[in-house]
Design a protein. Sequence first.
Length: 162
Amino acid sequence: MPGPFRLAWYRWLITVGVMTKTFQVTFDAADPAALAAFWARALGYVVQPPPKGFSSWEDYADEQGIPPDHRNDLVAVIDPLGGGPRLLFQRVPEGKTAKNRVHLDINVGGASSSEPHERRRRVEEHVAELLEAGATKLETFDRRNEFWIVMRDPEGNEFCVQ
């Protein structure tokens, strides 16, 4: 289903109650703002705008009395088209210590009916952009007409680009 129609269909499903639960994906982070900026770039998301009536998050924090050393405790990014889940980045004191049990797959290669060399080119282009943004490339897979690259974000969370 083409993009605009898919989004309209998704919104209709939510409206009529077919999809009864929404969700966000929450990341623990040492630097929520930096990790949010990385994932916004990776997914084509934007930082969630401040609440109505505030021109910036700084204005909101001032109004709420949030101390300067806690203003990077939570940062969210959202899909500007409204179709994808919100990602929330929360500051935690401890660093990542083990492999993720869940990870995100970023789908940039296109439909499986696309030419394999074209899907691979799209994946490699996006991987190059993410390397510039601070990601690390771990491993490349090319199996059964599928191509994907395993990466880590700047704080060590694993994800795939396919």
